[in-house]
Each structure stands twice: as C-alpha cells, then as structure tokens.
Design a binder for this molecule. Structure first.
Ligand code: NAG
Ligand code: NAG
Ligand code: NAG
Ligand code: NAG
Ligand code: NAG
Ligand code: NAG
Length: 303
C-alpha cells in the first residue's frame, strides 16, 4: 500500500506540512504536543535512518488506550519516504485527540520509533451570534439578548457582557451544554432591567484557549421610540379596527338582505328593524375586544 504512493504525492506532503513535521519533534523530556483545529489536517512523523531502504519498511501507529494499530481510512493516510514514515490525519475531530505512538520496522528490526506525541484538538467558539428580543413593561421597552457560541472544545471558557464597554454583572444567565461528543455550546442571556437607550452597544465576549483574544459580538440599540405604544395596545387597536370593519360588513349585509326581504313583503318598517339589530352591540367600544357584547365575542372567534 505504501509503495503505490507516487513520489510527487510524498513530496507534496513534505512541502506542505513541513511546519507540522517540525512541531512534532520528538526529542526532549517534555511531552511533545501538537495542536490541530477541528476540521484541519495534521501530520505525524516517525523518523528512521536515511540509509534504510524506505521501500521496504513497515510503519505502525497506535494510540494510548488502544491496543490495535491505526488503520488507513478516508481520514487517515500512511506514507513513507526517505528518513520518515508519516501519518496524515485529515478533517481532524475532537475524538482524534490523544497520545500517538509509532514504530518503523525493517527486516524484523525496529529502526525508528516515536516517543509519543500528544495531539490537542481545538474547536473555536466562533462565530458568535446575538439574538435580540424586546419586551414591554410599564410602557417602557426592555431588552433581552442571547449570545450563542459555535460548538467548541475543550470545555473551559468564560463569557462576559459589556454595555458601552463597561462590564455588566447582573441579569445574566449562562448555560453550557454538550452538543455532540465533546463539543460544547454556550448560550448566555442578558436581561436589561433598565429602559434601553438609543446607540447603546451591548457586547458579548468569549474567552477560549483556541483563540488568542476574546471573540466579540455586539448589538447596537437602534430605533428606540421612547414614547412607543406598547405592542399589546397596537394589537388591540388593529383588532378593534378589524372588528369594526367586520361589524360594518355584517350590518351592511343584514341591512341589504332585510331591505330585499321587506321589499318582497312590501313592509315599510325596515328602519326600526335595522336600528333594533344595531342596538345589542352599540355599548361595545371598538377597541375593547374583551367587551361584554355577544356579537363582538362571536366576531372575535372569526378573527
Ligand atoms: C528496496 O526495497 C524494495 C522492496 O523491497 C526493493 O525492490 C528494492 O530493490 C530495494 N532497494 C534497495 C536499494 O535495496
Ligand atoms: C481502537 O481503535 C479502533 C480502530 O483503530 C477502534 O475501532 C476502536 O473503537 C478503538 N477502541 C478503543 C477502546 O478506543
Ligand atoms: C469533516 O468531518 C465532519 C464530521 O466530523 C463532516 O461533517 C465534514 O463534512 C467533513 N469535512 C470534509 C471536508 O470532509
Ligand atoms: C477568562 O479567561 C481568560 C483565559 O482563558 C483569562 O485570561 C481571563 O482573565 C478570564 N476572564 C474572566 C473574567 O474570568
Ligand atoms: C452608550 O453610548 C451611546 C453612544 O455613545 C449613547 O447614545 C448611549 O446613551 C450610551 N448608553 C448608556 C447606557 O450609557
Ligand atoms: C474584542 O474586544 C476586546 C476588548 O474590547 C479587544 O481587545 C479584542 O481585540 C476584540 N476582539 C476582536 C476579535 O475584535
């Protein structure tokens, strides 16, 4: 399998991932670590002497806590070139994190060995997302903001809220949950307890080991109408207008059908009949959709 790899493939890998190769330097007492981002690629190198016929070696890779050797698959590829066997892991997942070991054998002898390389996998909590909802209490507009992270790893994080650059400490509730295997998501809600002001900038800041500085996401208060009619009053007014229109249509309907009816019967008292039909509803104020009038209630269910 190793022999089928063309030279150009090998040198391509060699050139492209020279940095990863260097970072996997396996000398020294300290634990060698290499860092990969979820979805990125990582290359491990298992060195052996240059004079060994690299076409005739066999490389073995395994991980701590697993006695079976790693097998090549769509994401894991093995290559050998002069002086080194390589394990190329593509589209890294957090499950790939762990300690990697290798050995190279040539004619039943071990000619190369890796001392162990710790792979850390990071997934950054970005992009952040803010969702806003406003609500009304005592005819003022208040604000509820929700800051949501992307899936991240490892678990540790901290999240802060700022208002015009000043840290907010109250009205915040932050919840972390595991979405899929070892990936976490955080949703933090901020409830602004004071009436909001035009132009105020609310910022959600997330610190995580995968990013050098905090990730920020801001919400700028725009178009606040201080004397805004609370939404429920607007709904009531719309409802009231609808009720009036429907009432008008129904009354018109009754009047015309009554007129036709009375024309046919050659009656002459149609005016009083019309007034009589109007009366039961005349006490309902148009906006009071919760009024006592039967007709209005009936119309409400139509609406
Ligand atoms: C290296 O190994 C391959 C496969 O075993 C063999 O065909 C080739 O002749 C060897 N080359 C040298 C220089 O020994
Ligand atoms: C060991 O690795 C094999 C494949 O490399 C995998 O199928 C198996 O689930 C692993 N076992 C443990 C305990 O991680
Ligand atoms: C990488 O793996 C994830 C699942 O872990 C998959 O959803 C995604 O499509 C893969 N990306 C590529 C480029 O293969
Ligand atoms: C958040 O975490 C970072 C490191 O991850 C740390 O430097 C910072 O002081 C922390 N901030 C707070 C407010 O805890
Ligand atoms: C925040 O800053 C904006 C613009 O500078 C200002 O209009 C607004 O009143 C400020 N809000 C608060 C609560 O200080
Ligand atoms: C987020 O805000 C902090 C402090 O305001 C700043 O230091 C940092 O550079 C910002 N990060 C980004 C990605 O803009």
């Amino acid at each position: 399998m190793l022999k089928t790899l063309s030279f150009s493939d090998v040198s391509f890998l060699g050139i492209l991932y020279v940095v990863s190769v260097c970072s996997s330097g396996d000398h020294g007492r300290n634990l060698a670590q290499t860092l990969a981002r979820r979805g990125g690629n990582v290359l491990f190198r298992c060195p052996f002497p240059f004079h060994v016929n690299h076409s005739a070696v066999t490389a073995y890779w395994w991980r701590d806590g697993n006695k079976s050797f790693l097998q090549a698959n769509g994401r894991k590829r093995f290559t050998v070139r002069r002086g080194g066997a390589y394990l190329h892991v593509l589209n890294v997942t957090v499950a790939d994190a762990g300690m990697y070991h290798c050995a190279v054998k040539y004619q039943h002898r071990t000619v190369g060995k890796g001392t162990g390389l710790q792979l850390l996998v990071y997934a950054a909590p970005v992009p952040l997302k803010i969702v806003s909802t406003s609500f009304h209490k005592a005819s003022s507009t208040f604000l509820r903001l929700q800051c949501q992270t992307a899936e991240f790893h490892p678990k540790e994080f901290n999240l802060t809220w700022h208002k015009n650059g000043t840290r907010i400490l109250t009205g915040i509730s932050t919840v972390q949950q595991e979405t899929t295997d070892r990936l976490y998501e955080v949703i933090s809600s901020l409830e602004e307890t004071r009436p909001i002001e035009q132009g105020t900038v609310y910022t959600c800041q997330v610190y995580h080991v995968s990013i050098s500085g905090p990730a920020n996401c801001s919400y700028i208060v725009d178009n606040v109408d201080y004397h805004a009619v609370p939404v429920h009053l607007i709904y009531r007014s719309i409802l009231g207008i609808l009720v009036i229109i429907i009432l008008a249509v129904i009354i018109f309907d009754h009047v015309t059908s009554d007129m036709l009816h009375r024309y046919r019967n050659e009656e002459t008292k149609r005016n009083s009949v019309t007034i009589g039909k109007l009366e039961p509803c005349s006490e309902c104020t148009p906006v009071g959709y919760d009024g006592e009038c039967f007709k209005i209630h009936f119309l409400m269910t139509i609406v």
